[in-house]
Design a protein around this ligand. Structure first.
Ligand SMILES: [Mg+2]
Length: 144
């Protein structure tokens, strides 16, 4: 999409949200190499770096660290932010918009389930929904 935008002079930017477990997949790095090769400065990848994936902590399953150095080595500008801080997020998007000649990767440090006491950093919540009681407790905690 980012390459199409460049070739057709459409002028739109592309934002791609990636999980930190997802970046263990080879196609991500093929796309990253392609993005750099074509100098896709209209592409901004955001990595949700919560350290967890469905089978456990990412460093135990298939360690992708150092994520920032990997993206740099693939020709990206890299920004690391607190992924829960909206000011940081907006500033990073503004910086990325002004980076020319290469794509940007924003490494957003996050906590899975943040704000819900029984979900924070619990890998078991990666792929299941809360029951009604858990849902009501979670909403109450998030709204306080
Ligand atoms: Mg993750």
């Amino acid at each position: 999409m980012a390459l199409s935008s460049k070739l057709n002079k459409d002028g739109f930017r592309v934002y791609c949200l990636l999980g930190d477990g997802e970046i263990e997949e080879g196609e991500v790095w093929e796309a990253a190499m392609t993005s750099s090769h074509y100098k896709l400065d209209n592409l901004c990848a955001i990595v949700d770096n919560n350290n967890l994936q469905i089978d456990g902590s990412i460093d135990k399953v298939m360690n992708p660290y150092p994520i920032d150095e990997k993206f740099k080595s693939f020709g990206f500008e890299v920004l690391t932010i607190d992924g829960h801080n909206f000011k940081d997020i907006l500033e990073a998007f503004n910086k990325a918009r002004n980076i020319k000649g290469k794509p940007t990767a924003i490494i957003a440090k996050t906590i899975k389930g943040k704000g819900v006491s029984f979900m924070e950093n619990q890998v078991g919540w990666h792929g299941k929904a809360p029951n009604e009681e858990e849902f009501n407790i979670a909403v109450k905690e998030l709204c306080n």
